[in-house]
Design a protein around this ligand. Structure first.
Ligand code: GNR
Ligand code: NI
Length: 167
């Protein structure tokens, strides 16, 4: 297991569209283990492979406070969207910023599990929000894309400055 470095906005690599996983093998299972380790250490409630510069369609999520409800999704597809919920969203790739975002409150997601077996999950509330947030990452989309250009520009400037200080 390994903790992987997380890319930060406005890194252009976060805009890469991830490719479907063709075969669920030990390499993908290792990636999933590393994503969980990186997510729990951060700490965060979800992580997409895109955020660790791996451009394959894999996401992990655990919204439970006890860290005992891990979900891994390979090639996830959202097949139903219902209702509306507004959540203060954050992102490990946009550290320190939290802004309200409106998304579907109830979703259905279809994916492969770590054994390559197809499954269907109906989710609501924070889990549904997190699945939508992670699926966006696989498309190169970030929650800041839902904000006004003014807010997004301010966040970009603050993060760019911080990154210059750290470099
Ligand atoms: O840790 C995270 N918290 C969070 C809070 C509200 C909505 C979405 C999220 S996901 C985020 C981790 C992350 O960046 N996943 O891509
Ligand atoms: Ni994120």
């Amino acid at each position: 297991m390994a903790r992987l470095p997380i890319l930060e906005f406005p890194d252009p690599r976060l805009r890469t569209k991830a490719q479907p996983v063709a075969v669920v093998d030990d390499r993908i299972r290792r990636l999933i283990d590393d994503l969980f380790e990186t997510m729990y250490a951060a700490p965060g409630i979800g992580l997409a492979a895109t955020q660790v510069n791996v451009h394959e369609r894999v996401i992990v999520i655990d919204v439970s406070p006890e860290h005992d409800a891990p979900h891994a999704f390979i090639n996830p597809t959202i097949t139903r969207l219902d209702g509306l919920i507004e959540t203060d969203e954050g992102c490990l790739s946009v550290p320190g910023f939290y802004e309200p975002v409106r998304r579907a409150d109830e979703i259905r997601v279809e994916a492969l599990d770590r054994d390559g077996k197809p499954f269907v999950l109906d989710a609501e509330g924070l889990l549904a929000v997190c699945i939508q947030h992670e699926c966006d990452h696989l498309e190169g989309k970030l929650f800041v894309d839902y904000l006004t250009p003014l807010k997004r520009g301010r966040i970009r400037q603050k993060l760019t400055k911080q990154q210059r200080i750290r470099a």
